[in-house]
Structure formats: structure tokens, C-alpha cells
Design a protein around this ligand. Structure first.
Ligand SMILES: [Zn+2]
Ligand SMILES: [Zn+2]
Length: 298
């Protein structure tokens, strides 16, 4: 039996360590992927510390890319040699109310790659066919700026300044706000308020005041799961604002997003680590010093 290396925390809060695992052939509707790279996400750290439940032992990783080396029975769209990605959304049943509405990623019995089953911190991974998109590894803030620019929006980057400032402009921000020197809410109000604010910084205190920077009818989209956040319900009600969360896209969303990125030149910037340095990559990710996306190269 062939063996391969994967990385996992054995129990809540323990550092991740390398383990040799037996290579299994894919079952029905599953594909075996030789992993090329896997993004390191804040969520992986939450998972390691037990905030996603008792999923241990579990190989994390929901931002993987690799090549298919074996396909199971009933796999129809993918074949050996295809390059695929394994995102957050892994599996859905296709029969519940949410699935009937094509909201597969919030399926009643959804499965998440790297959480419900082993993910991409490994040399090989078994995933279900329909949960995958062609090519791609995620990232948030620096991608959101590029996407918004290419979609024709006036983009304002809000950050704690420093080197991020110039970079936001290079990525396509038309203006930027340095929260250490400027009042972000006042600055947003000067330009009439934002129609949409995408909150990606994992900091409840940074998210809380943002509703004040929205225009009437505006929306605050929260993509960082940071627990309870206080909001001014006065502004919410009087201006008809909304606060929205979103877990992930499903397979077709990913395909469309990646196609858009390819056609419009949206680029994901990464800092790379070896599989052996996965804990270092995770620590770097949660330290606040990481600029873009930490990615493990197998
Ligand atoms: Zn992630
Ligand atoms: Zn469902």
C-alpha cells in the first residue's frame, strides 16, 4: 500500500504534525487529487483550536489545487489529468430546501473540505466530484479590491495603513483610508457613503463602526467569522441598511469567479511554505504580519 504525508492536529489545540497515511482509491463520485498547493486560512487556525467542533483528527485545508490521478465510479465531469480546486464547499445532498433553491453551499447537510473530511494539507486528497471548480486558490481582501475594480466599482480600501496603502492602489483601489490617521466613517461619508462594504479583516472592533460608512440602503458584507459584533441599530433601521454574511460559493460560483479572474487579470498574491512548515504558515497567518495568502507547496 502506497503511503503519503499529510498534516493534522490530533486533538484540540495541539500543534499540527506530519503523519504517514495509506493512500486509498476513490469511492463512488470521488476523485483522488495529487495536491500541488493549499492556501492557509484563518479558519484552519479556528479549526485547530476547536471552534469548528470536535472534528479531530482532521487534515485541514479548503483552498487546495491539484491534479486528478484517479476517479471513482460515477464521476462524469472530471477525468485523470484534470487540474482542479477544492474550495470550502465540499458536498451537498441535492434534495433539501436550500439545494432546491440552488443554494448548495448552505445545504442542510453540507460538507466542508478540510473540516467534514480531510482536506488539502496533504500530498493527496479524496474529494467529491461536484464540489470542485477548475483551477484556483482563494484569498480575500486583496482579491476583493481587484474584483471590485474590474467590475467597474469605485473602490476605497480601508486598512491600518503602512505598506498596505500603496499596494491597495496598485491593486486597483481608487482611494484609500488609513484608519490609524483618518476617521474611516467620516471619509466614507464625504463621498456619500458606500453602497457595499466588504469586511475581511478578522477584527470585531474594526467591523463594528463600518455600518456608519454605508449610504442609505447599503450593505455590509461580513466575510470574517469573528464572533459577536456590536452594530448601531439606529442607523440600520433609519437608513434601511443590511448586514449580510456569506460562507462560500458553490462549484459553479467558483468556476465563474475564476473565469472572471483569468479574463480580467485578477491575481492572487501568495507567500509560500513547505508542507513541513504548515504550523509556521498557520502561525504567520494569525500573527497579523501576513500580507496576502500563505500557501503550502507540496
Ligand atoms: Zn479559507
Ligand atoms: Zn441540500
Amino acid at each position: 500500500m502506497l503511503k503519503y504525508r499529510s498534516i493534522l492536529p490530533l486533538s484540540k489545540g495541539t500543534p499540527i504534525s506530519i503523519k504517514q497515511v495509506e493512500l486509498k482509491q476513490p469511492g463512488p463520485k470521488r476523485v483522488l487529487i495529487k495536491v500541488l498547493a493549499c492556501g492557509v486560512c484563518h479558519t484552519d487556525s479556528f479549526e485547530q483550536h476547536g471552534f469548528l467542533g470536535d472534528v479531530f483528527p482532521r487534515v485541514p485545508g479548503h483552498e487546495l489545487i491539484g491534479d486528478i490521478v484517479a476517479v471513482g465510479e460515477g464521476v462524469t465531469r472530471l477525468s485523470i489529468g484534470d487540474r482542479v480546486g477544492g474550495p470550502w464547499h465540499g458536498e451537498h445532498d441535492g434534495t433539501c430546501r436550500q439545494c432546491m433553491r440552488s443554494q448548495f453551499q448552505i445545504c442542510d447537510v453540507k460538507k466542508v473540505n478540510g473540516v467534514s473530511h480531510d482536506g488539502g494539507y496533504a500530498e493527496y486528497v479524496l474529494l467529491q466530484e461536484e464540489g470542485h471548480a477548475q483551477d484556483g486558490v482563494g484569498g480575500l481582501g486583496h482579491l476583493a479590491i481587484q474584483y471590485a475594480n474590474k467590475m467597474g466599482c469605485h473602490v476605497v480600501a480601508i486598512s491600518s495603513g503602512g505598506s498596505k496603502r500603496d499596494f491597495a492602489k496598485q491593486l486597483g483601489a481608487h482611494a484609500d483610508i488609513d484608519t490609524r490617521k483618518e476617521d474611516a466613517i467620516a471619509k466614507l461619508k464625504e463621498i456619500g457613503g458606500a453602497a457595499l462594504i466588504v469586511a475581511t479583516a478578522p477584527n470585531p472592533k474594526a467591523i463594528s463602526p463600518l455600518v456608519g460608512g454605508l449610504q442609505a440602503g447599503g450593505k455590509l458584507l461580513v466575510l470574517a467569522p469573528v464572533g459577536p459584533v456590536e452594530f448601531d441599530t439606529g442607523a440600520l433601521v433609519s437608513l434601511g441598511l443590511s448586514i449580510h454574511g456569506w460562507p462560500s460559493g458553490h462549484a459553479l460560483d467558483w468556476e465563474e469567479a475564476i473565469k472572471f479572474a483569468q479574463e480580467h487579470g485578477v491575481k492572487c498574491m501568495v507567500e509560500t511554505f513547505s508542507l513541513d512548515d504548515a504550523q509556521k504558515a498557520l502561525d504567520h497567518c494569525t500573527s497579523g504580519n501576513l500580507r496576502f495568502r500563505a500557501v503550502l507547496l507540496m
